[in-house]
Design a protein around this ligand. Structure first.
Ligand code: 8YV
Length: 319
């Protein structure tokens, strides 16, 4: 029986569906990432690997699996953890989980946006530490979203879902994207502009690009300096899209009002000084973390594995 390695405990129905289809499932029965040596050992002889964003899928891992390997099904829409060329040359298919996590990730973007704009975490801290002395006319004043400008870097599925929500808050939308997006230009009256024109105009900058060599450190010291000092920066895409050290420096120097981050350059570590800043809201990579979405992602990875192993085109092929 072909063997499938699932590198982490997943919500149903992935394992159940694969067992039902007659496959042998080897589950790394834990929530934390397995050590590399364990991964290499357990991958040996597998026909399919179901991997998480934190697993580096490279030539070493593919060769450890060996010639039976036919598919790597990533439990994520992003696949920057996978060396696609190494998969291509070995004839290994790669799949991801697009679509099902769009709305959940857009919701979480808004959770960060609202928390950063209205200083929710700072207020919560004031209450919990017993240091609130009572109402003050100028206490924790934040950004008024109605009429403010939202700038999206990347207006694909998730960027567009964030924009739809922005319309309800009465925000004006600018976006930068390699292609015009009719869904945004028409009903949302959004405007596509180059990044250099977008940065100085926005009150909130939100990132929705995949991590590629072109988007690594897309937002660095130079770009941060072009933002208004009252602007907020939100990142639910990938950590390395921002130069995290430059971000800490900008926040420290008051060259940026606040940031809301769900992703980090070197997860799970944070850049020195980031956690000490009062004006950042930090979440542990929760973009797709709803019960419904994680179950849909689970169903998708199983369907992608079964597609390839049955000799069909998988529903969500990347390679
Ligand atoms: C997940 C994500 O939280 O899909 C992605 O690319 O970043 C999130 O959905 C994570 O990747 C799950 O592996």
């Amino acid at each position: 029986m072909p063997r499938v390695l699932i590198t982490r405990r997943l919500p149903p129905p992935a394992a159940e569906r694969l067992v039902q289809a007659g496959l042998t499932v080897d589950l790394v029965d834990q929530d934390d990432p397995p050590p590399r040596a364990v991964l290499l050992e357990r991958a040996r002889g597998c026909a399919a690997l179901i991997t998480m964003l934190s697993e580096r899928v490279d030539a070493e891992l593919l060769d450890a699996a060996g010639s039976p390997l036919r598919v790597v099904a990533n439990y994520a829409v992003g696949y920057n953890n996978i060396d696609l060329d190494a998969c291509r040359v070995r004839g290994v298919r790669v799949t991801n989980t697009p679509g099902v996590l769009t709305e959940a990730t857009a919701d979480l973007t808004w959770a960060l946006l609202l928390a950063a704009a209205r200083r929710v975490v700072e207020g919560d801290r004031l209450m919990r530490t017993g240091t609130w002395s009572g109402w003050q006319p100028q206490q924790l004043l934040g950004l008024e979203l109605h009429g403010a400008v939202l700038g999206l870097v990347g207006a694909g599925r998730i960027g567009a879902a964030v924009a739809r929500r922005a319309a309800g808050f009465g925000m004006r939308i600018l976006y930068t994207d390699p292609q015009p997006r009719a869904e945004l230009d028409g009903p949302l009256r959004a405007q596509r502009v180059p990044l250099s024109e977008l940065l100085p105009q926005v009150d909130v900058l939100s990132l929705h690009v995949p991590l590629t060599p072109q988007t690594r450190h897309l937002i660095g010291a130079r770009e941060l300096a072009q933002l208004k000092p009252t602007a907020l920066l939100i990142n639910t895409a990938r950590g390395p899209v921002i130069d995290e050290r430059a971000l800490v420096a900008a926040l420290r120097a008051g060259r940026l009002a606040a940031a809301g981050l769900d992703v980090y350059e070197e997860e799970p570590r944070l850049a020195p000084g980031l956690a000490e800043l009062p004006n950042v809201v930090l979440l542990p990579h929760l973009g797709s973390a709803t019960v419904t979405t994680r179950q849909r992602m689970s169903a998708m990875v199983a369907d992608n594995v079964l597609g390839v192993l049955d000799g069909r085109e998988p529903p969500n092929a990347v390679v």
